[in-house]
Ligand binder design. Structure first.
Ligand code: NAI
Length: 333
């Protein structure tokens, strides 16, 4: 049979990890047949908290879990890893500029990339969640050159799920009846939530979202800005960033990567661009993707009108600026 899957979660003492661990350890992501070994990485001052998390996992009595290892060492955390979920990052503090935020995160993601390169399996599947997720993923990939480029992803599934949620509630239908929305670009307020390929199932009939909503104005304005600003709205209300929905999105992202997307359906993932849709090669940019047998492919040949092109370029521009700031920080490290 197959051996246990070795998973590392960074930022494992944080709030997303707390919502995430039960779902992963219960078999909800990698299936009920797959044993798991889970490494929990956080910084030294959080080791006490991690002990509590380990106790709770034990108290859940989950049969798939063959070991849980809390650590503050990247060498221990990344050894022979199959799946790496990078949740921990340096949060933006009051008055912090983008380049300060990026340089603080380079300090985290450069050594973690080097550790990935040295200790992880070359087949390791990587998901970056910690913000700025796209650029953190870029830095990680730069520092782990021997891991295939297609193994690096960042999370835009939460934005994707938010977009589905908005359309479903507008039409008063189940989120299950909304398909093929797209998040393009950066996981930030410049992202482009795109419903032009989306279809909805209303009363058993599959219809383009634009036809069903009969309101291009809403789709081009409120829909886009609600999804772009949803993260900030949750923080304003909860005084904490999205955690339950972020954890759920991480599970959706990894489950689809593992088991594939449905025929004729796509989802959104941040990937190292191959130049598709005229986006700079190498940039970590969110695309519509289909997945089969563990292979992620960018959905090609979607029609892009001028309005969309403009939004796709705007979010690309922000990513290029982030990348350049991060590279500057890397070279002065
Ligand atoms: P949190 O602050 O509750 O937890 C973060 C954890 O990371 C803390 O325990 C901290 O000690 C740890 N950490 C910091 N530096 C570390 C390092 N070098 N190595 C290992 N662990 C380290 O934050 P929360 O709410 O769990 O969010 C985590 C990240 O996810 C944040 O950057 C947040 O902005 C991001 N996020 C991304 C989303 C997305 O859709 N891509 C959605 C929601 C949050």
């Amino acid at each position: 049979g197959k051996g246990p899957l070795r998973i590392v979660i960074t930022g494992a003492a944080g709030q997303i990890a707390y919502s995430l661990l039960y779902q992963i350890c219960s078999g909800d992501v990698f299936g009920q047949e797959q044993d798991l070994i889970v490494n929990l990485l956080d910084i030294t001052p959080m080791l006490g908290v991690l002990q509590g998390v380990v106790m709770e996992i034990e108290d859940c009595s989950l049969p798939l879990v063959k070991g849980v290892f809390p650590t503050d060492s990247v060498e221990v955390a990344f050894k022979d890893i199959d799946v790496a979920l990078f949740v921990g990052a340096m949060p933006r503090k009051e008055g912090m500029e983008r380049k300060d935020l990026l340089s603080a995160n380079v300090k985290i993601f450069k050594p973690q990339g080097q550790a990935l390169e040295k200790f992880a399996k070359k087949t390791c599947k990587i998901l970056v969640v910690g913000n700025p997720a796209n650029t953190n993923c870029f830095i990680l990939a730069q520092n782990a050159p021997s891991i295939p480029r297609e193994n690096f992803t960042c999370l835009t599934r939460l934005d994707h799920n938010r977009a589905i949620g908005q359309i479903a509630s507008r039409l008063k239908i189940s989120p299950k009846s909304v398909k093929n929305v797209i998040i393009w670009g950066n996981h930030s307020s410049t992202q482009f939530p795109d419903a032009r390929s989306a279809t909805v199932n209303v009363n058993g009939k599959e219809t383009p979202a634009y036809d069903a909503l009969k309101d291009d104005n809403w789709l081009k304005n409120d829909f886009v800005s609600i999804v772009q600003k949803r993260g900030a709205a949750v923080i304003a209300a909860r005084k904490l960033s999205s955690a339950m929905s972020a954890a759920k999105a991480i599970c959706d992202h990894m489950r689809d990567w593992w088991f594939g997307t449905k025929d004729h359906e796509f989802t959104s993932m941040g990937l190292i661009s191959d130049g598709s849709y005229g986006i700079e090669k190498g940039l970590v940019y969110s695309y519509p993707v289909q997945i089969k047998d563990g292979k992620i492919s960018i959905v090609q040949d979607l029609k892009i009108d001028d309005w969309s092109r403009d939004l796709m370029d705007k979010t690309q521009k922000e990513l290029i600026e982030e990348k350049n700031d991060a590279l500057k920080a890397t070279s002065t490290e």
